[in-house]
Design a protein around this ligand. Structure first.
Ligand SMILES: O=c1[nH]c(=O)c2ncn([C@@H]3O[C@H](COP(=O)(O)OP(=O)(O)OP(=O)(O)O)[C@@H](O)[C@H]3O)c2[nH]1
Ligand SMILES: [Mg+2]
Length: 308
């Protein structure tokens, strides 16, 4: 139920969706408020939607006050907080959380995704535009080289892509190395997912090869279990990269279904809904996918990493 929360200078409408993990916030004036990116809130509400969510360069005490009103309401717990350079939170007199306040500037926030894959980029854009970032990919920089994926693991390849491009550009760079792991194929195509049917294989050729490899496998979904894996690496000059991963469980269909998504999406059946990833809308896929789960983790670590 939508409820009005008031502070001296700001008022918001907020409500929690039935999944209890998505907090929707609306400004009653229709203007854009900036919400601080505190990891505490992402623990409770990995999905914040509505207003522009960014890291701010001042203590946004009014917004944080509103957030705690919402949190107390939703959890029925009497959270107390103190905010200076550090946000300290206590419950029943015990400190339960402490983190450094993010001092990022709100100007010119841009994120370069080290990929030429527009399918991935669409998913990242939907996510990071909520956080106030302008998202670009390597197709905006034709002069940058293709980084060879010579690693044997998702992390090695994601590091290669993120760190090489960050060194070359001096930018904040995120890379995704991902793939489909099919149990009966011993985890293949795995890191070779993009190249399963050959060096510059199309999605259609990779899908055909996958169906061919599984043709002799009993048709029951239990024999065709699989997962999507993503490892994300964020790299910036002169500091250790941030690494997170996410997985999405499912099975491989016997015929492709659905028109959305990219890659193996028409063949990957989501365990929870029984639909293929290509039958989900972008918004639905972005709630449950391997990439979405990795991004959720990334957000909880992002503020402290940015300060480091
Ligand atoms: O149906 C899919 N839905 C997904 O959500 C998904 N995520 C990854 N994949 C597959 O795995 C390869 C990754 O390989 P990959 O990480 O090297 O990416 P890529 O080569 O396409 O682009 P780049 O980021 O390296 O430039 C991709 O090409 C796809 O075939 C997916 N397929
Ligand atoms: Mg690749």
């Amino acid at each position: 139920m939508k409820k009005l929360y008031k502070h001296e200078t700001k008022q918001i409408f907020a409500y929690v969706l039935a999944d209890e993990r998505t907090l929707i916030i609306e400004s009653i004036f229709g203007d854009e408020l900036e919400i601080p990116l505190y990891s505490l809130f992402f623990k409770y509400f990995p999905k914040l939607q509505g207003l522009k969510i960014i890291a701010v360069d001042e203590n946004p005490s009014d917004i944080i006050d509103l957030f705690f009103q919402v949190l107390r309401d939703v959890t029925a717990e009497e959270y107390q907080y103190q905010l200076s350079d550090t946000l300290t939170v206590s419950l029943a007199g015990n400190q339960i959380h402490s983190e450094t306040v993010t001092l990022a500037t709100t100007q010119d926030k841009s994120l370069l995704i080290a990929t030429r894959n527009e399918g991935k980029t669409r998913e990242f854009k939907a996510f990071f535009s909520h956080l106030g970032y302008t998202v670009k990919n390597l197709n905006d920089f034709p002069e940058l080289p293709d980084v060879a994926e010579t690693g044997m693991t998702f992390e090695e390849n994601a590091r290669l892509k993120a760190e090489t491009i960050s060194e070359l550009t001096g930018e904040l760079v995120l890379a995704d190395d991902s793939g489909l792991m099919v149990d009966v194929l011993g985890g293949l195509p795995g890191v070779w997912s993009a190249r399963f049917a050959g060096p510059h294989a199309t999605d259609a050729a990779n899908n055909a090869k996958l169906l061919h490899e599984l043709a002799s496998t009993a048709v029951t979904p239990e024999k065709r279990t699989a997962k999507f894996h993503t490892t994300l690496v964020v790299a910036a000059p002169d500091k250790p990269s941030l690494v997170v991963e996410g997985e999405w469980l499912g099975a491989i269909a016997t015929i492709p279904k659905g028109d959305d998504g990219f890659g193996y999406d028409p063949l990957f059946v989501d365990e929870a809904t029984g639909k293929t990833a290509a039958q989900l809308t972008l918004a639905q896929k972005n709630k449950v996918s391997h990439r979405a789960l990795a991004l959720e983790k990334l957000l909880t670590k992002w503020p402290d990493w940015q300060k480091s």
